[in-house]
Design a protein around this ligand. Structure first.
Ligand code: MN3
Length: 198
């Protein structure tokens, strides 16, 4: 059974970057829905008691008629579980830890270049999806977007940082201005939590 995790902060903790209303709907309705539907799909399979990471890494081994539901809803569960963890109370000059900064500079040239590349990738995702910083199996870092609720675990990568660019993540606060949301979002990234993935 997959469980809906509690938010590690109050619903209004991310204001003014993300409003209480969005957080309530996003966590209590959207994420809860993914958990319920993923559990319904996994019920009565040998995968019901496995971790979501293990399930997504082995999606092709699941019963064929369950794969789409688990990809979408299990992916939604994994993605949002990480998303809540890697956010915190907004800070205007929100800088990464020394360890994270050094790793980002090595791969992307500078922290600013990294931010720009991830923002542009996320904002440029056509339709619903996510922008990701991932660790590949060889330990290298990469940025890409996925559609819908596709998780980096599906391709064997480990998600480190992800921005949700589904309209439900920003529309109530930013209307159609996904770029404005993506820019503000950097204020709520919890770099201490991100560092744990390095
Ligand atoms: Mn979402």
């Amino acid at each position: 059974m997959l469980d809906l995790p509690k938010l590690p902060y109050a619903y209004d903790a991310l204001e003014p970057v993300i409003s209480r209303k969005i957080m309530e709907l996003h966590h209590d309705k959207h994420h809860a829905g993914y958990v319920a539907k993923a559990n319904a799909a996994l019920e009565d399979t040998e995968w019901a008691d496995k971790s979501i990471e293990e399930i997504l890494k082995n999606l092709s081994k699941l019963p064929k008629d369950k794969q789409t539901a688990v990809r979408n809803n299990g992916g939604g569960h994994a993605n949002h579980t990480l998303f809540w963890k890697i956010m915190r109370i907004p800070q205007e000059n929100n800088e990464p830890t020394r360890t994270v900064r050094a790793a980002l500079e090595k791969t992307f040239g500078s922290f600013e270049k990294f931010k720009t590349q991830l923002s542009e990738t996320a904002v440029g995702q056509f339709g619903s999806g996510w922008g990701w910083l991932v660790k590949k199996s060889d330990g290298s870092l990469a940025i890409y977007a996925t559609a819908n609720q596709d998780s980096p675990y599906l391709t064997g990568d480990t998600p480190i940082l992800g921005i949700d660019v589904w309209e439900h993540a920003y529309y109530l606060d930013y209307l159609n201005d996904r770029a404005a949301y993506a820019e503000k979002w950097w204020q709520v990234v919890n770099w201490d939590e991100v560092e744990k993935s390095f």
